[in-house]
Each structure stands twice: as C-alpha cells, then as structure tokens.
Design a protein around this ligand. Structure first.
Ligand code: ATP
Length: 336
C-alpha cells in the first residue's frame, strides 16, 4: 500500500538534510510519496503565517510528516511553530532515542549509551501562557494535568515493554514544585503500579543531569515534563557525539511528526555541510511507525555502515558534505 508523507523542508539546514533523507528513503523503494508543505520562515515570507492551515491539514490528512527544523519569526507575536504543531495535532509524546554508534575516527564520551527520553509535549512551561504582571515582573504559567501526566506515563511504560527495556525513570523537581511536579509524579507512579515487572524509580532533575554525565549507561527510559525533556535530550545528545546524531518522533493517537532534535543551525546553513544523520534516524523511526520494520532495520544498518566508513561530516571530524554522506548511506544500502 502506498503511503503519502507530508514533507516540511523547513528553514536553515532543513532543505539540505531533508533532501538527503528523502534520497535515502526513496532508495528503499517502498512506494512512499511526498507532499511538500511550507512552514517556518519561508512560509511566513510567502503567506504571512509561519504555520499555514493548509500545512496542518496536510499533516492531519496523511497522518505522518517528516519535518526539517523551523524558525519562528521573532518579535511578530508568533508562538513557536514547533510547539504549535505539537499542540494543534495533540502530538503528546516526544520520543528521543539516544544510542552510541561506532563512528570511524570519532570517540564519543561514552561507549554504551542506549536510552530513550520520553518528553511530555503539550503542556508544562510550554503552555505559552506568560505575561508581564507589571513593568519589571514577568509571569509564566506551568500547566500540569493528571490526564496528560498519566498519558505520557502510559506511553513510556508501553514503549519500555514493547522494546524489552529494563527500567523507567521519572524525572522531576517535586521537592520544590510540590504541587505541579508532585501531580506529575503521582500520576506516573500510579501507572508504574500497573507494570510490576518493569523497574521504576524517580530522580530529581538536577541530580539526573549529574548522574547522566557520570553513568549514562545505567539509564533506560526516562519520562519527564516538557522543559526538562527539552534540556535533558540535548544533554543526552552530547553524550553520544552531538546534535547531528539525535532523532525524534512526536506521536499522537493517530498522527506523527518525525524530526531531528537540533534546530536550524543558521551558522552552517546553505553550505552543504550539515550532518543529516539525525533526520535520517528520524526517518528510521518513521518507517518503524509505519510498520516497515525490515526497511527500517536496513536503513539504520546502512547509516551505521556509512558512519563506520570514511565519509563523515564536519561535526564528526570529517570533510564530507551532506549529499556525499547521503551517497555513502545509499551505497551501503545497495551493498547490504
Ligand atoms: P535554532 O535557533 O534553530 O535552535 P541554533 O543554532 O540555536 O538554531 P541548533 O540548530 O540546535 O541551535 O545548533 C546548535 C549548534 O549545533 C550549532 O553550532 C549548529 O551548527 C550545530 N548543529 C546543529 N545541527 C547540526 C547538524 N545537523 N550538523 C552539524 N552541526 C549541527
């Protein structure tokens, strides 16, 4: 059955890395077709809206999107486009797998990292509810609901069970935010009680930062609120070699958007040097979501083969450009 995927090339390095990723996905010959839709700075220039209604409708219609990073126009009163996409489509779970990969000539700080950051995607401090109370005093509302906390808890335990993982750790700051983070924690704990065979513990977010940089191999599935998840996933990406390697999926009940963890990287945009691995690995997550398990395994193996070879992008100490690296991944697919 053919599947149409909404493609958001995005801003900055977005068009370069989406092109590289689409080339690899097309080389798998799965009959995927692409419906390109504007979003971000480019869409704002063309339509006056960084997230046109037609783009949201296209994602809803196809049920799945592959997305490059987006810029939200500054100072025009727009909410973050990324946050709006997640909220409008109720993509409540952000999943960020972080795994050490063997890369030629590159030594990550840790050898055995294999964890997943599961981030609540729709509320917390990303509610967009902030204002100046009086001149010199700003207020930002952190929304935590039992329903959303339970839902993300259930998602984390289901993922841990499905992937045969050994533990779930809830990350929080309930010692200070006793009511809001306290509610999050109680809700996840209630879910944990229904999974007696899965190890469960709770770690305060600041202690978690230290423990992650000391012993990341001890952690498995981490579940947390929106802001902690944002920060913790960049930290975790650093453990394995940086943002160029960290994929993600934003999942709802019937819609999913796959994207790299990193942003638009304006400092290297348009130079053809960005590392497309994070988006390619997001493509692997997308294939698994669509039920193309064999193709996903093939694509991941080809990416690993390319990383183990001598064609690497600058962030990993190499000199290859984005498309040359994509060529190497496609060659590895053909050889595999
Ligand atoms: P934004 O405002 O969109 O978040 P940013 O530059 O603040 O952009 P990132 O895009 O996440 O944040 O980039 C942080 C740093 O990591 C930059 O120096 C960027 O060049 C580098 N970087 C991010 N993604 C990649 C990539 N795919 N390949 C190589 N370097 C990258």
């Amino acid at each position: 059955m053919s599947q149409t995927i909404t493609l958001l090339p995005g801003d900055g390095i977005g068009p370069e890395i989406t092109r590289a990723t689409v080339r690899v996905l097309d080389a798998l010959d799965l009959g995927l077709s692409w419906e390109e839709a504007p979003a971000g700075h480019g869409a704002f220039e063309a339509t006056g809206d960084p997230l046109p209604v037609a783009t949201l409708e296209a994602i809803r219609r196809n049920g799945v999107a592959l997305k490059g990073p987006l810029t939200t126009p500054v100072g025009q009163g727009f909410r973050s486009v990324n946050v709006r996409i997640r909220k409008e489509l109720d993509l409540y779970a952000n999943v960020r797998p972080i795994r050490t990969r063997a890369i030629q000539g590159f030594s990550p700080r840790f050898e055995n990292v294999n964890l997943v950051v599961v981030r609540e995607n729709t509320e917390g401090l990303y509610s967009g509810l902030e204002h100046m109370v009086v001149e010199g005093v700003a207020e930002s509302l952190k929304i935590v609901t039992e329903a959303a906390s339970r839902r993300i808890g259930e998602f984390a335990f289901a993922l841990a069970t499905r992937e045969g993982r050994r533990s779930v750790t809830a990350v929080h700051k309930a010692n200070i935010m006793k009511i809001s983070d306290g509610l999050f924690l109680r809700s996840v704990r209630a879910v944990a009680e229904r999974f007696p065979d899965m190890a469960y513990d709770e770690v305060i977010v600041d202690a978690m930062c230290m423990r992650l940089v000391l012993h990341p191999e001890r952690f498995d599935v981490l579940v947390m609120g929106n802001l902690y998840g944002d920060i913790m996933s960049d930290l975790a990406a650093g453990l394995i070699g940086g943002l160029g390697l960290a994929p993600s999926g934003n999942l709802g009940e019937s819609t999913a958007v796959f994207e790299a963890v990193h942003g638009t990287a304006p400092d290297i945009a348009g130079q053809g040097v960005a590392n497309p691995t994070a988006l390619m690995l997001s493509g692997v997550l997308m294939l698994r979501y669509l039920g193309h398990d064999d193709a996903a395994t093939r694509m991941e193996a080809a990416i690993d083969a390319a990383l183990a070879g001598d064609v690497r992008t600058g962030d990993l100490g190499g000199t290859a450009g984005t498309q040359a690296y994509a060529d190497a991944v496609i060659a590895a697919l053909d050889a595999g």
